[in-house]
Design a protein around this ligand. Structure first.
Ligand SMILES: [Zn+2]
Length: 156
């Protein structure tokens, strides 16, 4: 998929990765709003992966990642299925935040050295600001002041 990334290509990519569901529509809605260069980078990088979390309590989870190459590690965004059910604004924010981590390869951004703050700032730049806590609380149990992350906040 070189050149312009069309909506059809994006839809196929997302559905191939996570299936057709309410969550895939939310992922597509977020990815359509990413800058073209960022989206192309994801879709043309064989080391980028998008997947549903298959965590089973007591058994753990399987995460398949592409073999990293020197100077270009694997990037994997694992999303909880519950992101299909929580408020849309919050789900969009979490998806964008996780994609920002992947884009930044879990590093900082500009003056922001903390990966969580960097991912939040980049997600906001893309148009997905962290929602007010009142919205977040309806989706997850926010028990501290930390930035929500898929792994912590949606862990069973
Ligand atoms: Zn994060």
């Amino acid at each position: 998929m070189h050149g312009t990334t069309h909506t059809q290509d994006l839809r196929r990519y997302v559905e191939r990765s996570v299936g057709l569901s309410a969550l895939s529509l939310r992922i597509i809605a977020v990815m359509k709003r990413l800058p073209e260069a960022v989206l192309s980078d994801f879709l043309n990088d064989s080391r980028f992966r998008l997947a549903l979390d298959d965590h089973v309590p007591g058994q753990g989870r399987a995460v398949w990642i592409a073999c990293p190459k020197p100077g270009n590690g694997s990037r994997c965004v694992i999303l909880k299925a519950s992101l299909a059910d929580c408020p849309k604004e919050f789900a969009h924010y979490v998806i964008a935040h996780e994609l920002a981590h992947a884009h930044l390869r879990n590093g900082g951004w500009g003056d922001l050295e903390d990966p969580e703050r960097a991912a939040d700032a980049l997600a906001a730049r893309w148009g997905f600001k962290r929602p007010p806590r009142t919205i977040a609380k309806t989706a997850v149990d926010v028990s501290d002041e930390t930035v929500p992350s898929v792994n912590r906040k949606f862990a069973p």
